[in-house]
Design a protein around this ligand. Sequence first.
Ligand code: HAM
Length: 422
Amino acid sequence: MTDLLPDQLTKWQNVENIMKEQLLRANVREIRTPILEMTELFVRGIGEGTDVVNKEMYTFLDRGERSCTLRPEGTASVARAVINNGNLKGTQNKLWYMGPMFRYERPQAGRQRQFHQLGVEFIGYESPNSDIQIISLAWDILQKLEISQLNLEINSLGDSTDRENYKISFLSWLKDNFDNLDQDSRNRIDKNPLRILDTKNPNTQKLLKCAPKLNQFLSEKSLKRYSFIKEQLKVLKIPFIENLNLVRGLDYYSHTAFEFTSGALGSQATVCGGGRYDDLIDQMGGGKIPAIGFAIGLERLILIAGKVFEKTRDTDIYIINKGQLAESLAIELSRKLSKYDLIIELDLSGSSFSRQFKKANKCNAKSVIVIGDNEANKKEFLIKLFNNNNESNNELSISIEDNVKLEEWILKNLNLNISAQK
Ligand code: HAM
């Protein structure tokens, strides 16, 4: 598990702000669920045969001997929250969440044991147009973040009857080809045979080319739904690749499944995964409520988001001060300035003026306020633009009481829209 340090977090915050803005515009509302849940939620929700439940959960007994798990994903928790809170008093809810998730996986580039997701869930939405809206929302967010080499892969997993029919035929084929399967795939036959389609083993991948295909078992209704979605994606000019082996790693999916990958990511290439889960809420006792969603892995996203999002905001005013009186005046002034959208650095080092000027220079401060004991005694300060051209630094002495003069100086010199700041 890793720390996220201030220098890294500039990009995180810029990226998060863009995503939140997009979600606000689409009228998707935030939900925050606990990081710790009862283990049963994930076992039932994600599925006993999945790697996440079998191998990757951080599970322990609490002091009341109840089995608890650090959430490995957000969908099951959101479904639980919707059920527990009376479907959030509406038949349809568009929700988003962001936060840490935990999976006990082998750490490597793009794969951590504590990682972060931004997830979006449309609960109570059945129409294929909601599939389109969810996919296009993910696409637009990733485009806005200037993700390069982005690919969208989609598939349809049909409904539960389609999959049961397919499983009969696929299991029979797996038995016939058992000797040629890799060990991992053999282990999956009883627990979760569909996941074999997702194998990374090249020999099994080759072998699977001759296996029966899930799309051959989709009912007419499922096929029609899937065709509509593909057509609409074309209309919206969202390019996609159909991947008939895309089954995703969690058991709750039905119909549409999709993943966004980026060639810029290396082996852990999936930056966003999602799909429809029409049976999950019913299985959890919440009644028939169809839903669809996705989650973006933030560590992977940050790796490939555009360089422009690394930009930090420079300091607007650096307050240089020396002497006890000057220091308390400087604190008073920094509080006064905090009502404006300005980055203020208050120097509390007590070091010489020249050292403080050097520090202001180092952090690219646009302007400085200087308060020495002389100024402090007169209850005033000096403000000026911080550059080497003395003629144009607009130096001015202002009384600490004179808010009007201070505001005028800020307005004139720091490109600030005052009316929006107060
Ligand atoms: P998921 O595919 O398991 O789906 O995870 C979504 C994304 O989280 C992945 O595409 C990846 O970017 C990131 N991720 C997963 N595991 C790790 C890890 N160990 N380290 C770093 N990043 C990781 C879900 O979690 C579903 N709940 C998505 C969803 C929402 N489906 C419907 N609604």
